[in-house]
Design a protein around this ligand. Structure first.
Ligand SMILES: *Cc1c(COP(=O)(O)O)cnc(C)c1O
Length: 422
């Protein structure tokens, strides 16, 4: 190790803070974004039906992703909603998602009155366990929706093999993974398509925005129609309807132009994040009880949205995860436990009493549904072990990473004392 291991007391016990820097502000912007907004303003063309920026962004995003088509949407949620709508998913259908994901993945299925089936997590990778996903398939299953959590690719080889065996379409929720690659190809290009989010917290950001990517031209047309009131034309004139259902999920020119400006910064930011993450993981590998999310061997590029790692209190004198978070905060480092137990969330469980669900699926099926969603590995991960650092932390320096590791080491060394003090 190049850096000095100090014998300092943890800050929470009155020692000096391990972290002396400042985490990167987010979003990162400057003159190019100012110009972008100026340009759209004075063009007087503020929507995609008026101007050409959205089409330009779509072409650029498709090029960078190495895919045939990109459809910009108002958000990641509407990108997923559009993808399900274009597949015609509806009442009586089942869609399998990971238990470890953002609630939007679940919500889009429920918006279609389809039944979300939650598959358990591979605790080492924080990703959907392909075997559990396979076991959850029934004759009602109409789509598989894995999520590349934190920007880390899920096990696409296994997922695609299962999908092919059962002839099921795969919608990749790549909302956290723009730029990540599996075996040298971008995630979002393995299934029928991928959904991306450009919401404020995400690595590519225009406040609210999203995209669908696909290589399937027929599917692209269906997605386009769904996001454009069921119509085919890119013009404001209607009457050439193609889909049977639709909504308005069109991106504005403001969002598209800002994304074009942000994309210029993205590659360099991705490089910094992934170098820092690899360095932090190498430092953590020397600390017992801290386990960074495992990368599958097919993950050839990871554009980290979250740095996910597990905390095992057995190596910290039994100190609770909450106390560990407090101690880190005192060192100047903010972490969170991240997503909770989606399968046991009161919001999710309430679906069992939803009158429309009872009408469509029946009482027995809805009782069984809660049973089917048991995910013991995910319970363990979210209830006891999971921790996150957010992507802007990874935009810092190597010294920042060293200080994070040093903070953890200090806390571990004094864990007994800290546990007695709580
Ligand atoms: C952010 C996110 C979404 C939703 O995207 P929005 O742009 O906020 O609508 C969906 N799925 C996952 C996994 C996400 O992280």
């Amino acid at each position: 190790m190049e850096f000095k291991i100090t014998d300092d007391k943890p800050a929470i016990l009155g020692g000096e803070k391990a972290f002396t820097g400042r985490f990167s502000r987010w979003p990162v912007y400057g003159h190019s974004e100012e110009q972008a907004l100026h340009e759209v303003l004075y063009s007087g063309q503020w929507g995609r039906l008026d101007g050409s920026m959205t089409a330009k962004f779509e072409a650029e995003y498709a090029r960078v992703m190495g895919m045939k088509h990109c459809l910009a949407t108002t958000g990641g949620t509407t990108a997923l909603y559009t993808m399900l709508g274009a597949l015609g998913i509806g009442p009586g259908d089942e869609v399998i998602i990971p238990a470890y994901t953002f609630v939007a993945t679940y919500n889009v299925i429920v918006l279609n009155y389809a039944l979300p089936i939650l598959a358990d997590t591979d605790i080492n990778s924080f990703q959907i366990d392909p075997q559990k996903m396979g076991k959850a398939i029934t004759k009602e299953t109409k789509a598989l929706m894995p999520v590349h959590m934190g920007g880390v690719p899920s096990d696409l080889d296994k997922i695609m093999a299962i999908a092919q065996k059962h002839k099921l379409p795969v919608i990749e929720d790549a909302c956290q993974a723009p730029g990540s690659e599996w075996k040298g190809k971008k995630v979002g290009s393995y299934g029928i398509g991928g959904a991306f989010s450009f919401q404020s917290s995400k690595n590519l950001n225009c406040a609210e925005g999203g995209a669908v990517t696909t290589n399937d031209s027929t599917y692209y047309k269906a997605c386009y129609a769904f996001h454009h009131q069921g119509q085919t034309d890119n013009a404001a004139s209607f009457g050439t309807g193609e889909g049977t259902r639709g909504t308005n999920a069109r991106m504005t020119e403001w969002q598209s132009r800002i994304l074009l400006a942000q994309m210029v910064r993205q590659q360099e930011q991705d490089r910094i994040r992934s170098e820092n993450a690899a360095y932090l993981s190498s430092l953590f590998s020397e600390i017992k009880g801290i386990y960074p999310a495992k990368l599958y061997s097919g993950a050839t590029k990871v554009s980290y949205h979250l740095y996910m790692f597990r905390y095992d209190k057995a190596h910290f004198s039994g100190m609770s995860r909450e106390k560990f978070i407090q101690a880190l905060r005192a060192e100047g480092i903010s972490t969170s436990t991240g997503y909770g137990r989606l399968n046991r969330d009161p919001y999710v469980l309430a679906l069992g009493q939803n009158p429309y669900y009872l009408k469509i699926y029946g009482e027995k099926a809805m009782r069984q549904w809660a049973e089917r969603n048991q995910c013991p590995q995910n319970d363990k991960l979210t209830g006891e072990q999971s921790l996150w650092l957010t992507q802007n932390v990874l935009l810092g320096s190597r010294t920042d990473m060293e200080q994070i590791a040093e903070a953890v080491r200090k806390i571990q060394k004094h864990a007994k004392e800290l546990t007695l003090n709580s």
